[in-house]
Write a protein that binds this ligand. Structure first.
Ligand code: GLU
Length: 545
């Protein structure tokens, strides 16, 4: 029996591979356009490393005028979670990363769910068997385990290769007899590689990778009839026209197998780009960000924290390309989409994932947003996570926008908001509903101040009709006539003859109005609070002694 006859015997009813090669036409894209994909297994949710991968893959496709698609790799049914894919798609899309085609969207290269592509994989297994490049293997798992034990004890390489690959040289007739006798089997590729030969592959991110040729007869079709990741990857990325496989570098060790599979199948290899893992500084050690140990590894965590999606994308861009941050600081009015990512500007070894840095980037991001946009987003967030504050915001819309507008849209805007909940945390004192809820809003701070002058000030000076300049002039005059130094020089010369400086008097007003020694511009805050509220606060403040 020839290999071809054997292939027909094994797969009597599958299409010839030429059918699929014709069906899935070469993509008609402009020169230089790249096709990338995100290919999750349906495990329910994604972590930051996956998001980074999807984000980067999308950027490269978009900036080149190419395609970014979604393929679901559900061939490992042990790892599958019910509705797992919906959770993943929701996670990715919640970061505004949209697919041009793929699972749930459609497109000409589907089905995009691997479990629906069984006929396609069978056609290519048949093709390889006919060429003598794949074969059925009858070894049981206990035989494989036995080999492993021997290999371990004799310190030989573990695996199914060379003399260990006992089914490799079965003739088609013998194999057929075994099948007819009811022996279960799987399919393996018939490696042509020589482990003693070295090759160099140029990875788009990692640069030259030297590796020994693969000589393992890896499984391509499992006993459940589903392909292994290796085989499905080669077939799918070939037929779907992927030009760049951007994936985690845990796959680097499988690269020799993948390169050999593309070779056996006669496919052009895509360009691989292996992403360095996200790292975390944990005390003195630097380790991989762990889905299990680190809450910040989960992408949903950031929605809860209230860090805006666009701020996260800025952060991912910053860790994505070493020159992004410099570009963004020089072009704060531009969008991420105006930046061109380059593989050679990506981290090779590991990318430090630093929450403090993310928060800083988020503060910069908030500082350049319009107040009404922040109001809308904080309201949205609060409706989900803080109903009490959502209610307050709804009743104080213009007031809140005016508050958020203080020291905004200027050359150096305030950077005190890092996440949506910061608005409540920083400015709770601006809302009577929250201020009055506190049994003692001033805590111990009032005790530090001498406030008699404040009372006089409050009884004589009106705020709301003054401009800031006029108001400050009056404050200065008042402070000057009540024992405060109105210039630094006088104060420095003889501090003991003054109660303090004008700034100390302003601090007193600020503490009474806000309970804090630091706040946005005092005049704006006082004006927003208004005289009636201030008078009530003064009374409360005075009662604290
Ligand atoms: N399904 C694989 C995973 O979830 C995809 C790897 C790849 O992008 O090729 O790890």
């Amino acid at each position: 029996m020839t290999n071809e006859e054997f292939a027909n015997y094994l797969f009597p009813n599958v299409q010839d591979v030429s059918y699929y090669e014709n069906k899935y036409k070469k993509r008609n894209l402009k020169e230089g356009a790249i096709v990338t994909r995100y290919a999750p297994s349906p495990t329910g949710s994604i972590h930051m490393g996956n998001l980074f991968q999807a984000f980067i893959s999308k950027q490269y496709a978009r900036q080149s005028g190419g395609i970014f698609f979604l393929r679901v790799e559900d061939t490992d049914q042990k790892r599958e979670v019910e509705n797992g894919i919906e959770g993943i798609v929701k996670d990715v899309e919640s970061f505004g990363i949209n697919f041009d085609e793929g699972y749930g969207i459609g497109g000409e290269y589907g089905p995009y769910l691997q479990s629906e592509r069984g006929d396609i994989y069978a056609a290519y297994v048949k093709y390889l068997v006919a060429k003598g490049l794949a074969y059925p293997c009858f070894c049981s798992s206990s035989e494989i385990d036995e080999n492993r034990t021997i290999q371990e004890s004799t310190k030989e390489r573990i695996g199914y290769y060379g003399r260990w690959a006992t089914c490799r040289d079965l003739t088609p007739d013998t194999a057929k007899e075994k099948i007819e006798a009811g022996n279960p089997y799987i399919f393996r590729m018939k490696s042509r590689g020589d482990f003693n030969k070295k090759h160099v592959y140029h990875d788009a991110i990692k640069g030259d990778l030297e590796y020994p040729e693969n000589d393992m007869d890896n499984v391509i079709l499992k006993s459940d009839g589903l392909p292994t990741y290796h085989f499905a990857h080669a077939i799918d990325d070939h037929l779907m026209g992927t030009t760049h496989v951007i994936r985690g570098d845990e796959w680097v060790s499988s690269l020799p197998v993948h390169l050999e599979l593309f070779d056996l199948l006669g496919f052009k290899t895509p360009q691989y780009a292996h992403l360095a893992p996200l790292l975390k500084k944990d005390g003195d050690v630097v380790r991989k960000l762990s889905k299990r140990k680190d809450p910040e590894a989960s992408v949903r965590y950031y929605h809860e924290l209230g860090i805006p999606v666009d701020a996260i994308k800025l952060y991912l861009s910053t860790v994505g390309n070493t020159n992004f941050e410099e570009w963004y600081l020089a072009n704060p009015d531009k969008n991420i989409t105006d930046f061109t990512f380059q593989f050679d500007k990506m981290s090779v070894g590991g990318t430090m994932f630093d929450l403090a840095k993310l928060e800083n980037i988020s503060k910069v991001y908030f500082s350049v947003q319009k107040a009404d946009k922040i109001y809308d987003e904080v309201l949205n967030y609060s409706k989900q996570y803080d109903l009490e504050f959502a209610n307050i915001l709804e009743h104080n819309k213009d007031y809140t926008i005016s508050l958020l507008n203080i020291e905004r849209e200027i050359e150096r805007p305030r950077k005190d908001i890092g996440a949506y909940p910061s608005v409540r945390k920083e400015f709770w004192y601006m809302y009577d509903e929250l201020f009055n809820k506190e049994a003692n809003p001033y805590q111990d701070i009032a005790k530090n101040y001498q406030y008699d002058d404040l009372i006089t000030y409050m009884n004589t000076i009106y705020l709301s009709t003054d401009t800031e300049e006029e108001w400050f002039g009056k404050v200065k005059d008042f402070a000057g006539t009540h024992g405060y130094a109105i210039n630094r020089k006088d104060y420095k010369a003889d501090p003991s003859s003054f109660k303090g400086q004008v700034s100390d008097f302003c601090e007193l007003i600020r503490v009474m109005a806000t309970t804090k020694t630091i706040s946005p511009n005092l005049y704006d805050i006082l004006k927003l609070l208004g005289n009636d509220r201030l008078k009530k606060r003064l009374e409360l403040f005075a009662r604290q002694k």
